[in-house]
Design a protein around this ligand. Structure first.
Ligand code: ZN
Length: 293
């Protein structure tokens, strides 16, 4: 235990020193990148470097996938991945890989895990009416990764000592409890309103870059809001983790209205229609529950 304590200190002492210097230098700034190769933020504190974020995301995805049923359909997964990669090429974060998996669940849900891991439920793919709507959700999830929202949230929630244990992997039980926490309450995906707005703004940028009509984002999130009003519980998890508030939708609508040359941007594709036809029906299991998302 003492040896572990010394190890943690030896690993993190340089960080702490670098962090303090950075704090002194950029007090009041929102985010610092490139300080000894480590990204740090003030306000929404981020103590996790990109390499650590990817490693944590990898471990987290392994744990989370033990509790999800991943769809074994190369065609559907390749299609969703192609939409995401179109957007990724125009996103503001190119220092990590973005991985896409489809979850065999009819619940309308999608989420991003830190480090570039993204999950989209069959139910969400079914609910999207056009490729641009799907691109809106994909862009929003990519936006959370671009904004490092999970890393900032975890840093804030856990603090340096626990983040150190997670990164080093000395406490495998902590992963289990974190994943259980996320799956039961969506706790780690409860981003701030600011993070949600930022993810929308990134999504709109990516969509315009990839020549998707950005109104798809607004249409899909309005659909989620209306569905939640009509059928409370149908989109509970998605609604809880990315709440489409009126203020957020108004901001996104206003941003879309400022985009030049909207008429040249595409809304749909034949591949999207093919994917929809190819979607499997996911029946609830004998306990009446589907895979969670
Ligand atoms: Zn969100």
């Amino acid at each position: 235990m003492r040896r572990f304590g010394r190890f943690v200190w030896s690993v993190f002492y340089p960080w702490v020193a670098v962090g303090l210097v950075c704090v002194a230098l950029i007090l009041g700034a929102m985010e610092l990148t490139g300080c000894a190769g480590v990204s740090r933020t003030i306000g929404q504190i981020n103590l996790i470097s990109t390499a650590e974020e990817v490693e944590m995301g990898r471990k987290f995805s392994i744990e989370i996938e033990k509790q999800l049923e991943i769809l074994d359909d190369a065609e559907v997964t390749a299609y969703v991945n192609s939409v995401c990669q179109n957007l990724v090429r125009h996103c503001g974060r190119q220092d990590i890989g973005y991985r896409v998996k489809v979850v065999r669940s009819e619940e309308i849900n999608a989420f991003a895990v830190m480090g570039g891991f993204m999950y989209f439920n069959v139910g969400l793919l079914r609910a999207a009416g056009t490729e641009a709507e799907l691109a809106g959700v994909c862009g929003h999830e990519i936006g959370h990764i671009v904004g490092r929202h999970s890393a900032k949230h975890i840093s804030k929630q856990l603090g340096l000592a626990m983040v150190a244990q997670l990164v080093i992997g000395e406490n495998p039980r902590m992963w289990e409890s974190l994943v259980a926490n996320v799956l039961s309450m969506g706790a780690m995906m409860h981003y701030s309103r600011e993070a949600e707005r930022e993810a929308d703004a990134y999504a709109i940028e990516e969509m315009v870059g990839a020549e998707y009509h950005p109104e798809g984002l607004v249409i899909f999130f309005e659909k989620i809001r209306d569905l939640q009003k009509r059928t409370p519980g149908a989109v509970e998890r998605f609604f809880a983790t990315h709440p489409p508030t009126e203020e957020r939708l108004a901001t996104a609508r206003a941003t879309v209205a400022e985009v030049q040359g909207l008429s040249r941007l595409r809304k749909d594709s034949l591949d999207f229609c093919r994917m929809k036809e190819h979607l499997p029906e996911v029946l609830p299991d004998q306990d009446g529950e589907e895979s969670q998302g």
